[in-house]
Design a protein around this ligand. Structure first.
Ligand SMILES: O=C(O)CCC(=O)C(=O)O
Length: 297
């Protein structure tokens, strides 16, 4: 039975299924964005005393306490109600329900800073390579906190790649969280940048190949990500999501009902094992990528 759509029209839903992403321009009002910016500034200020990354902040390689440089706020929904309340709001969940159904579980949240002048690149990868599940009803919602333009390291995707293989993300037999683009056979000219004014959101499929370059511009490019899965997608052994019990798993339900009946779809899967010694964030993991596509500094 076809479900009633809450916010997306039929052509947006079709576009997503065909291409693996959709952009909703100016989706969030500016007062929401201002609140997010204030919270980012408050959390970022705590980096002044840090000498190394911890479970809340991931620091740029060039960070020092005198010149604090944060590249990621980890699990922002656990650090501020601003991020938590937005995550549970229809502004985020309604478009996701339109794409993958009513029962949703949080996979993770993160806020990538990509500061003006030096913000780190992210090598081409597929999120599903980090967290193989029994089905691929998996999305990442990206909230553009700043205007995202060509010059400040926008998120780029290969349209349609969510229908292809899960590519090899290993280097020398160890999971390195990034692909050698040449080996994928994809034409770099086909990559599309997902851009928009602050307050826009993009939603990309867990299997789409995506990445972004260093931000050498004078404009910061901060993006808040909520990664969300259908409640009946269960993690496969060796993935980077571990749960001690079904109760812990169900605590992550965002809306709708939990289940103990995983839905099995014929999706391609690779196990992200063995892991590198340093694996606290994608930045550390991708340090192992042999043939990088983006400049580091
Ligand atoms: O911030 C970006 O441009 C890419 C983020 C991403 O793909 C990730 O953190 O997994």
């Amino acid at each position: 039975m076809k479900r009633h759509s809450e916010i997306l029209n039929a052509s947006q839903v079709d576009f997503y299924h065909e291409n693996g992403y959709v952009v909703l321009e100016s989706h969030l009002p500016q007062d929401v964005i201002q609140n997010i910016r204030s919270e980012v500034a408050r959390i970022e200020a705590s980096a002044v005393n840090l000498t190394e990354s911890n479970d809340k902040l991931d620091l740029e390689d060039s960070h020092s306490p005198g010149d604090p440089r944060v590249r990621r706020i980890k699990l922002p929904h656990t650090q501020s109600d601003i991020f938590k309340n937005l995550m549970f709001s229809d502004r985020i969940l309604a478009p996701v329900r339109d794409l993958i159904g009513p029962d949703l579980r949080l996979h993770t949240s993160k806020l990538n800073m990509k500061s003006a002048g030096y913000g780190a690149a992210i090598e081409w990868h597929q999120d599903f390579a980090f967290y193989p599940h029994t089905n691929d009803d998996a999305v990442a919602v990206a909230v553009m906190i700043d205007d995202m333009g060509d010059e400040n390291g926008p998120l780029m995707v290969f349209p349609g790649s969510h229908k292809g293989p899960v590519f090899d993300h290993h280097s020398d037999g160890v999971f390195s969280g990034g692909v050698n683009l040449q080996k994928t056979g994809l034409n770099p000219d086909r990559a599309v940048a997902l851009m928009g004014p602050s307050g826009s959101i993009s939603i990309h499929h867990g299997r789409i190949l995506h990445g972004s370059s260093l931000n050498r511009s004078a404009h910061s490019r901060r993006v808040l990500f909520y990664e969300i899965l259908a409640a009946d997608a269960f993690p496969i052994m060796g993935g980077m999501t571990n749960f001690g019990s079904i109760a812990e798993f169900d605590q992550k339900i965002l809306c709708g009902k939990p289940t103990i009946e995983p839905r099995l779809s014929p999706v391609p899967v690779r196990i992200p094992q063995p892991q590198p010694a340093l694996n606290r964030s994608i930045y550390e993991i991708q340090a192992g990528v042999k043939k990088a596509s983006f400049a580091k500094v």
